[in-house]
Ligand binder design. Structure first.
Ligand code: ADP
Ligand code: MG
Length: 616
């Protein structure tokens, strides 16, 4: 049999390698931004068109390249960042594998202009599918401009695999944030389809966080700072009261590189274990500076995985540093050691002389005798009272049929629950316990009775469910109130774009919103339970949830918006509820289609039968 093995041409080998390095426009953006940073640039511009499909351009004022380097940088394994195997354990740059430009040039049309600072002229090079089409001298500014056009032009399968522009753009935006966040001593700008989305100026870490995520983050974060022999840790973590239900803004960097490290992320989250509710997650922006010889970044082509020699020590340091930060800069200790409220005795009336309590008993009572023996007893307070002796007890179980028109809540002067109306239809098998008395436990749970047993309702989860169904059915519009003074809300240009997308939905839910300029919106009316003083934070959170729903490829946009609105508008744990409000909330919950879980999957209620209670 003749020989059948041949060495693949470079263009094919590069295309295969590109599959790992460049899987979507955002990964090409990452490689180009990292190259610009490695070139020592102080100003880096990112320009994309059609979410990177037609153009990704990165312009920097870094060191630039000579004529021959400009040609050779597109070869596989071409790098100026390492020379020998040992260098792999002393990496100070973002890149070192020498495969990004070769990969990109294999699957796109690339035009590059580059000039060394001490050269008169620069180089202009055109390369397409790994083939150099043209290389000439040209006049150009110091540094490098590289334009990647028609990404995946020769890999139709990949091109067709791309998601719609808004999703691809949000991936690019995420990469941009990861790079720009930690490199806060570099100026960055980001244009998409001719529109400036970000214009970031040199500053400190906190300023960069505000520039990228909005000013409201400042009040929500506390600083972390720890210098140890193993590593230095600096950055910001959320105060316990600002944790979220999604792991949205969690950024961990090692030596300026964004990394994903489940164990170290867990170290940060563990620091919050007893100060935040279950399934809530902190926001964090943490930078670890460590001797490069103590880590290995050469694990995966995307270089977001890192192995640490001192992982367990680092875990403890990170957890302790976070714990210290939340203890020092927030109310963590108070939250943790919330004292049990004292029993509130009313003051004794004037002239009242305390007397020793008397015990009354019925000598005729025989628990084993016939019921008539105690039925007739006139003095049954204290011991021996059977609940069945009191005919009023029965009325606790009386279930009146819902009466239309009884949906007004008495004015209480306390929190009124938005979205509460009396049930008109019953969508479940449960009977309505509308008039059963309710008790509030720990300002978070409502306890009442059903014919089948004791009902315990989580007030916040239940209200989220009610609001969510109300909002998503749009059957009973949420009540809206005009604001006395309109409130202006401001967003970054990218967020403003996204906010514009959801304004029509917000209007349908009772907000009145108009735009002033490109990034400011004026709010003139809101649903009744939205606090105007917290509107900015309210919308910031809506945008965070909206983005994370998009990134998680959650396609039902309006449903995720309803979920986020319901979560924010719902009555919170810690709110005192009046009797009528509790009854109304339970009645409304029982009208829901899925009354037993909140829109985020949390249990809203438990029903404990007398048998279950006794056997506890
Ligand atoms: P790596 O970054 O891993 O070295 P790349 O394929 O990304 O590999 O780049 C190859 C080489 O091209 C780099 O090592 C660097 O010398 C050069 N290079 C790439 N981009 C730039 C740039 N923007 N400015 C200067 N040199 C660059
Ligand atoms: Mg590189």
């Amino acid at each position: 049999m003749s020989d059948i093995i041949n060495i693949l041409p470079d263009s094919v080998a590069n295309q295969i390698a590109a599959g790992e390095v460049v899987d979507r426009p955002a990964s090409a953006v990452k490689e180009l931004l990292e190259n610009a940073y490695d070139a020592g640039a102080t100003r880096i511009q990112l320009i994309v068109k059609d979410a990177g499909r037609t153009l990704i351009q990165v312009i920097d004022n870094g060191c630039g390249m000579s004529d021959s380097d400009a040609r050779i940088c597109f070869e596989r394994h071409a790098t100026s960042k390492i020379h020998k195997a040992d260098d792999l354990f002393a990496i100070h740059t973002m890149g070192f594998r020498g495969e990004a430009l070769a990969s990109i040039a294999a699957i796109a049309q690339v035009e590059m202009k580059s000039k060394l600072h001490d050269s008169e002229l620069g180089t202009h090079i055109l390369i397409e599918g790994s083939e150099v089409k043209e290389q000439t001298s040209c006049a150009c500014p110091n540094g490098t401009s590289i334009a990647v056009k028609n990404l995946f032009f020769n890999v139709p399968a990949r091109r067709n695999f791309l998601k719609r522009d808004s999703i691809e753009l949000s991936h690019i935006e995420e990469i941009f944030k990861r790079v720009a966040l930690v490199n806060y001593q570099t100026d960055y700008s980001f244009h998409s389809n001719g529109k400036l989305l970000y214009d970031l100026h040199t500053g400190n870490f906190a300023e960069r966080i505000s520039q990228l995520f909005g000013n409201s983050r400042r009040d929500q974060l506390c600083p972390v700072n720890e210098q140890t022999d193993i590593a230095n840790i600096m950055g910001y973590v959320s105060k316990p009261e600002y944790v979220r239900k999604t792991r949205g803004e969690q950024y961990l960097f090692v030596n300026h590189r964004f990394i994903k490290h489940p164990a170290l992320s867990a170290a940060i989250e563990k620091a919050y274990a007893d100060v935040i509710p279950d399934r809530h997650y902190p926001t964090y922006f943490i930078h670890i500076s460590i001797d490069p010889s103590r880590i290995d970044v050469n694990i995966h082509p995307t270089k977001t995985e890192v192995k640490f020699i001192d992982e367990s020590a680092l875990f403890s340091i990170l957890r302790a540093a976070t714990r210290k930060a939340i203890g020092q800069f927030s109310l963590a200790t108070e939250l943790q050691f919330n004292p049990i409220e004292e029993v509130d005795f009313p003051p004794a009336p004037k002239g009242y002389i305390p007397r020793q309590p008397q015990i009354h008993y019925n000598p005729a009572y025989n628990p084993f005798g016939s019921t008539s023996s105690h039925k007739g007893s006139s003095n049954n307070s204290g011991t021996g009272m059977s609940p069945h002796a009191d005919p009023k007890w029965k009325s606790f179980f009386d279930i009146p049929s819902p009466t239309p028109g009884s949906d007004e809540l008495p004015a209480t002067g306390q929190t009124t629950i938005e979205g509460s109306t009396s049930p008109k239809t019953v969508g479940t098998d449960f009977a309505l316990p509308q008039s059963a008395p309710c008790l509030q436990l720990d300002k978070s749970h409502i306890v009442s009775v059903l014919p089948s047993g004791l009902l315990v309702v989580d007030q916040q989860a239940a209200h989220e469910r009610i609001l969510f169904e109300r909002l998503s059915n749009r059957k009973a519009p949420v009540q809206s109130q005009q604001l006395l003074f309109p409130v202006n809300c401001q967003f970054t240009p990218a967020d403003a774009d996204m906010f514009n997308e959801i304004v029509p939905d917000l209007k349908a839910y009772g907000f009145e919103i108009g735009a002033i300029g490109q990034t400011t919106f004026v709010v003139t009316a809101t649903p009744t339970d939205v606090k105007e003083s917290e509107l900015q934070a309210f919308f910031d959170q809506i945008l965070v949830d909206y983005k994370s729903a998009m990134i998680q490829k959650f396609n039902n946009r309006s449903q995720s918006l309803c979920r986020s609105l319901a979560h924010q508008m719902a009555v919170k744990k810690g709110t005192v509820l009046q009797q009528a409000e509790m009854q109304q909330l339970i009645a409304d919950l029982f009208c829901c289609q899925s009354p037993t879980v909140s829109p985020t999957g949390k249990k809203t209620m438990a029903i404990l039968s007398p048998e279950q209670l006794i056997s506890q």
